[in-house]
Structure formats: structure tokens, C-alpha cells
Design a protein around this ligand. Structure first.
Ligand SMILES: NC(=O)c1ccc[n+]([C@@H]2O[C@H](COP(=O)([O-])OP(=O)(O)OC[C@H]3O[C@@H](n4cnc5c(N)ncnc54)[C@H](O)[C@@H]3O)[C@@H](O)[C@H]2O)c1
Length: 254
């Protein structure tokens, strides 16, 4: 079973929402942290929060959709702490759209961040984690990785892919009796700023993603559901506990 104290956790999208909740839960268990995010301001705030509490922490700017940036994240982690034991591929974005009207550049952006991000994470970090002889790799999917609802086509495709990626990874780890485990987090509504961040980071953000009234109504419904959602710190505690118990499926809602 994984020892948390003095081990090293890397959390992508770790400066906000669920990722920040995971970072807090890992810090509470005595881990050292590498927080990776695109948002410089949020990254600085997170590093200040942890370092002023005496936690060993590094903030690293990283776009998970770019392989060379994920490789640089791994290099920085190894140079700073000499090891990595836990990776949470958590960074993600999503915008409500119909599969029919979604522009190809938005399809590409969503798949690049939400699916290629975790693929790069597994590819780059799994050999490093296995070299430690203990560890865990988790990726954040969604309920949308299990059920494909309307108006979230590209997000559904990416999040289903993340479930398949982690299920394949875990089966292969068990088949070769690796000391490392894999898991997938499938949250329901969580009270975060994902809608605002997704609008902010979307390439060509001045153009509407989809100019229909339905998409606008859907965005409003999603935002309202998130505001009623679970506290992201609670999700972080659930993830740390599930990693400790080597659980594959991590679901926040029945
Ligand atoms: N909030 C929910 O209800 C919910 C439900 C299911 C799944 N999720 C998933 O949870 C994960 C975390 O989202 P959240 O709700 O905490 O949102 P959030 O916006 O609060 O946090 C996501 C973080 O990822 C960062 N980020 C965005 N694009 C990035 C990139 N290309 N590279 C690196 N960092 C990037 C953002 O700056 C932000 O800090 C996402 O994968 C999301 O799809 C969220």
C-alpha cells in the first residue's frame, strides 16, 4: 500500500477546483506537491497557500495538451524532488455544444486537453512512478465518461476515452503484478469555476462556440447545477482515501 508521508504528488489543474482539493488532501497526508496549471495567478495563490503552511511545494506552468510541456513538468518534478509517486491527470475544460455544430477547432481543443492531456500524463509519468516501486496514477473523467448526454459531444468523447485509458492501464498493471495502481475519478456536479475557465482558455474565444439558444440555455443549466454541487475539497479527500485503498472507480455521486 502507498505511503503518503514525504512522497511526491503531481496534480494537473491543481490550482483550482477539484485539483486544488486533491492538493490540499495530499498535503494533509504529508505529501510534497507539484502543482501544474495554465493559470499563473491561481498557481501563485496555491503555492502561497501551501508554502505558508510549511508544505514543500512547486508551482509549474504547464499546458497539458502539449507533450513537451508535460515532459518539462516531469523533468522539473524529478529535478526538484528526485521522485514522483502520484500523478493526478485532472486539468480539464468543457463547453456545452451540439456535436453537429461544434467547430472542428473546438473539437480539437477539447480532445487535446481532456484526452491527450491524460494520455501524455500516463505516457510520460507511468515509467517514472513504476521506477519508485510504489505509486498511483489517477485521471479525472466525469459522469460524462459513463453516460453521453446531449450537447456535450466532444467532452463526452474525451471523458469516455479517459475511462478506457485508465481501465486499460490498470488491467495491464495488474497483469504484470506492478506495485503501481491506476484509477479514474468520475465526478457528478462539483462547485467549481470550470465554466468560466473554459470560456477564458478556449482558443478564438471571441467567437461563440455555438450560436444557438439551446447551447446558451444548457450553459445556464450546467452553471446552476455546479453551484449546487459538491465542495471540491470533499472530492479531494475522497480521491486521497480511494488511492490509499487502491480503488479503481472513484465516484462522487450515487
Ligand atoms: N466541476 C464539475 O462539476 C466536474 C464534473 C465532472 C468532471 N469534472 C472534471 O474535473 C476536472 C477539474 O475541473 P474543475 O471542475 O475543478 O474545474 P476548474 O476550472 O476549477 O479547475 C481546472 C483547472 O485546470 C486548469 N486548466 C485548464 N486547461 C488547462 C490546460 N490545458 N493545461 C493545464 N491546466 C489547465 C485551469 O486553469 C483550472 O485551474 C476537469 O477534468 C473536469 O472535466 C468537473
Amino acid at each position: 500500500m502507498l505511503t503518503f508521508t514525504n512522497r511526491v504528488a503531481v496534480v494537473t489543474g491543481g490550482a483550482s477546483g477539484i485539483g486544488l482539493g486533491m492538493s490540499r488532501a495530499f498535503a494533509a497526508r504529508g505529501m510534497k506537491l507539484v502543482i501544474a496549471d495554465l493559470d499563473d495567478e491561481a498557481l501563485d495563490a496555491a503555492v502561497t497557500e501551501f508554502s505558508s503552511a510549511g508544505i514543500d511545494v512547486v508551482g509549474h506552468r504547464c499546458d497539458v495538451s502539449r507533450l513537451e510541456e508535460v515532459e518539462a513538468l516531469a523533468k522539473r518534478t524529478m529535478e526538484t524532488f528526485g521522485a514522483v509517486h502520484v500523478l493526478c491527470n485532472n486539468a480539464g475544460i468543457g463547453i456545452p455544444t451540439s456535436a453537429r455544430k461544434l467547430k472542428l477547432e473546438d473539437w480539437k481543443w477539447i480532445i487535446d486537453v481532456d484526452l491527450w492531456g491524460p494520455i501524455y500524463g500516463v505516457n510520460v509519468f507511468l515509467p517514472l512512478i513504476e521506477a519508485q516501486g510504489e505509486g498511483h496514477i489517477n485521471s479525472t473523467s466525469s459522469m460524462a465518461g459513463l453516460i453521453a448526454g446531449q450537447m456535450m459531444g466532444a467532452y463526452n468523447v474525451a471523458k469516455h476515452g479517459v475511462v478506457a485509458l485508465m481501465a486499460s492501464t490498470e488491467r495491464e498493471l495488474r497483469a504484470r503484478k506492478s506495485p503501481v495502481h491506476a484509477s479514474v475519478l468520475c465526478p457528478g456536479p462539483i462547485n467549481t469555476n470550470i465554466s468560466r475557465h473554459s470560456v477564458r482558455f478556449r482558443p478564438g474565444q471571441s467567437k461563440p462556440a455555438e450560436d444557438s439558444v439551446r447551447a446558451g440555455r444548457m450553459a445556464g443549466n450546467i452553471q446552476a447545477a455546479l453551484e449546487q454541487g459538491m465542495d471540491p475539497d470533499e472530492v479531494g479527500l475522497l480521491v486521497a482515501d480511494s488511492i490509499a485503498r487502491e480503488k479503481f472507480w472513484i465516484l462522487t455521486h450515487p
